[in-house]
Design a protein around this ligand. Structure first.
Ligand SMILES: [Fe+2]
Length: 455
């Protein structure tokens, strides 16, 4: 579909990002014809989101200070071509805006009305992975630490790795291969660890523990000082079955990414995709799915092996959705060993209890729970918000695993910065400041896939 009017002096070509545009009679709505879909925006939303004068607002321009529906589009037209194409709007308050076309296309599915009757927008249908469909991507250490590389190349490599970890349809786990030999003493002493070096290269920094200090790993060991200090303390016995769990489940703000490096010994370790467990739960017991997502639980622990013990606890649901969403999972929080009790209201308790039991039962199935022999020199990195991990048994001692983690905000900032660095070559940076991460990823996909990059 291309509109006969409102397209200004541009004669659209099929390769343009926008083929046409028009406003409604009163200027309350603006309809934009993209090659794959037609969307109608509230004119007021466009006015709210305009960044022509910068991303920040002052007391006079803050949207909460302005009544709704007092501004209207007077004219709409297209200008420029290719990557720099814009939708130009003049407003009846005297302002004018130039909306970048790829910015509009990336934002449209979130806020605009979808008007194409002939085709539905592609749905990704994210279901996580089952054991027989998972292929863990292997990334060479030399790719992350090349002898020579331009910043741009290194950034692209990092984006690709982070996509494997964080992308909604990605495995959420990668294996780093071709690692150098470890310095055994450093690794045992929590310092200069390979795991920390890799995570710092990918994310910039790692979690700062309040007692261990910066850049120090947590070592899960059968024979270190940690193990001696932990003797007799529940949950620190490294010979026991460790059910699938997320790390930092007892923190208000759990870490998002973690790496685990095998220094010595062997064990059978497990990983499971939470999206896949939820898909099965939804299919087999839809009512229990609702209860799992709604039931609050208490999780806590005391770490007596520190000089002054750490007392940590939080209350949350097992599943946290993205803000404003009923079904897009942001995070799992799960640690059977450290969960106290459910805090559901009396009438919902039994269903909620059943939902937790069923969630655990599904994740232990052979179809869902990946079992791998974890050996010296193995380094796995995964998304702690979407994958649970555990340990079936220790096969060979002495055994030491070296763990390191990255906070959510560090992950988020890094992923965002990498995208903005690429996208600001196409769109002024101010248009990217308020974009949700999902839209930044979509925009990068549009940029990468578009013809005008080739020439
Ligand atoms: Fe863990």
């Amino acid at each position: 579909m291309a509109f006969a009017n409102g397209t200004g002096s541009i004669e659209p070509k099929p390769s343009d990002i926008i083929l046409g545009c028009k406003k409604c009679t009163h200027g309350n709505k603006v309809t934009v014809d993209f090659p794959d879909a037609v969307f109608t925006f509230h004119a007021q939303w466009l006015h709210d989101a305009r960044c022509d004068d910068g991303a920040s607002k002052n007391a006079a321009t803050a949207i909460c200070q302005q009544p709704i529906s007092t501004v209207h589009a007077e004219t709409v037209q297209l200008s420029s071509r290719g990557a720099s194409m814009t939708l130009d709007v003049t407003w009846d308050d005297g302002l004018a805006s130039k909306f970048p076309a790829i910015w509009l296309r990336a934002m449209a599915p979130l806020v605009a009305r979808f008007d194409s009757p002939e085709a539905a927008l592609k749905q990704s249908g994210v279901q996580g992975w089952l054991v027989d469909t998972l292929k863990i991507p292997e990334i060479s250490y030399h790719e992350i630490f090349p002898e020579e590389a331009e910043k741009e190349d290194l950034d692209n490599i990092t984006i690709n790795i982070l996509d494997q970890l964080l992308g909604k349809s990605a495995p959420g786990i990668v294996k780093i291969i071709d690692l150098p030999d470890p310095n055994i003493e450093d690794e045992r002493n929590h310092k200069n660890n390979i795991n920390t070096q890799v995570l710092k290269r990918l994310f910039g920094s790692v979690f700062v523990h309040p007692i261990r200090g910066s850049d120090q790993t947590f070592n899960v060991s059968s024979h270190s000082d940690d193990a001696k200090r932990a003797v007799g303390i529940p949950n620190y016995d490294t010979t026991q079955l460790l059910l699938p769990h997320s790390d930092h489940a007892f923190y208000d703000n759990p870490i998002q990414v973690q790496g685990f490096y095998g220094l010595e010994g062997e064990s059978e370790n497990t990983w499971v995709s939470v999206l896949a467990i939820l898909a099965t739960l939804k299919q087999e017991s839809p009512d229990l799915y609702e209860h799992l997502c709604k039931a609050p639980m208490a999780l806590g622990r005391v770490s007596r092996f520190y000089g002054d013990p750490l007392y940590q606890a939080t209350v949350d649901t097992a599943i946290t959705m993205e803000p404003g969403s009923q079904d897009r999972v942001k995070r799992v929080r799960w640690h059977p060993n450290l969960t106290g009790s459910l805090l559901s209201p009396y009438d919902e308790y039994q269903k909620a209890r059943l939902a937790h039991q069923k969630f655990d039962e599904i994740m232990r199935r052979d179809t869902h729970q990946l079992k791998l022999i974890f050996k010296p020199g193995d380094l796995y990195i995964w998304d702690n918000f979407r994958l649970l991990h555990g340990r079936e048994r220790v096969l060979e001692v002495p055994r030491t695993g070296v763990g390191q983690t990255v906070p959510e905000q560090v992950v988020h900032d890094r992923y965002r910065a990498l995208h903005v660095d690429v996208l600001k070559k196409y769109v002024d940076e101010r248009w990217l400041i308020h974009m949700p991460m999902r839209q930044l990823r979509e925009m990068l996909r549009l940029v990468k896939g578009h013809y005008w990059l080739d020439g």
